[in-house]
Design a protein around this ligand. Structure first.
Ligand SMILES: [Zn+2]
Length: 227
């Protein structure tokens, strides 16, 4: 994640390889060309206008988190929860905040606010600049799936600490990186994770990247949360 913030957008792993590591995940594509969401073993690419399409197996990714999703924990939250309220609900479901959790929320949303990174050209700008002018999109009364991860703070820099989720509608036609939402009705499923395997790119750009910036917290907040 820190490499991405530093403008390392060249992918090295293919979607085909990534799917060998799980059936569920989120990330981005080569040159920051849209948001990735993998649901039920199918990888989708969401572009800057919010439109989604199936990715091909030979597309590359500079950052993806994958797992095999097994919904060990499942519950139905009260209707009409906003993102922060649902976060409190999920906190109560988690046995401990010291593990990783894949999160899947399926249902009907009265609103979902997303943004999507757009394809960058070389020389790549740092992510804080590259995401500065991304448009926010608002979907109203839409059915779909929020998928992503809750990552412990100690994993900051490897992943996005806290909750990082992407959205895809039921028709698999639109979505994005989620900034806010209200879940009208649906189910929450959690898949706890106890193993972490990290694959780093063997590229010159990565080997020269600055991976311990002093303002890491600010950069993550600006690029991932945006408020
Ligand atoms: Zn994202």
């Amino acid at each position: 994640m820190t490499a991405l913030l530093d403008g390392i957008y060249d992918g090295e792993m293919t979607v085909g390889e990534l799917l060998g590591h799980g059936n569920f995940g989120i990330g981005t594509f080569d040159a920051l060309d849209g948001e990735m969401i993998v649901l039920d073993g199918v990888c989708y690419q969401v572009r800057g206008d919010g439109s989604a399409q199936r990715a091909t197996l030979d597309q590359l990714s500079p950052f993806t988190v994958m797992t095999n999703f097994v919904p060990h924990i499942r519950d139905t939250p009260p209707p009409g929860l906003r993102r922060t309220e649902l976060a409190d609900f999920i906190d109560e479901l988690q046995p401990s905040e010291n593990y990783m959790y894949a999160v899947r929320i399926t249902g009907r949303f009265s609103d979902v606010t997303v943004r999507t990174v757009t394809k960058q050209a070389k020389p790549y700008r740092p992510m804080v600049e590259a995401t500065g002018d991304d448009a926010e999109l608002h979907f109203r009364d839409i059915e779909g799936t929020l998928g992503g991860f809750r990552t412990p703070v100690y994993e900051k820099g490897i992943g996005v600490p806290g909750c990082h989720v992407h959205f895809l509608d039921t028709e698999r036609s639109k979505g994005g990186h989620v900034l806010d939402f209200t879940l009208e009705s649906g189910i929450v499923e959690l898949c706890p994770g106890t193993d972490l395997s990290l694959r780093l790119p063997l590229t010159t750009d990565f080997s020269r990247a600055a991976l311990a910036p002093e303002d890491l917290d600010r950069q993550i907040h600006t690029t991932e949360i945006k408020n």
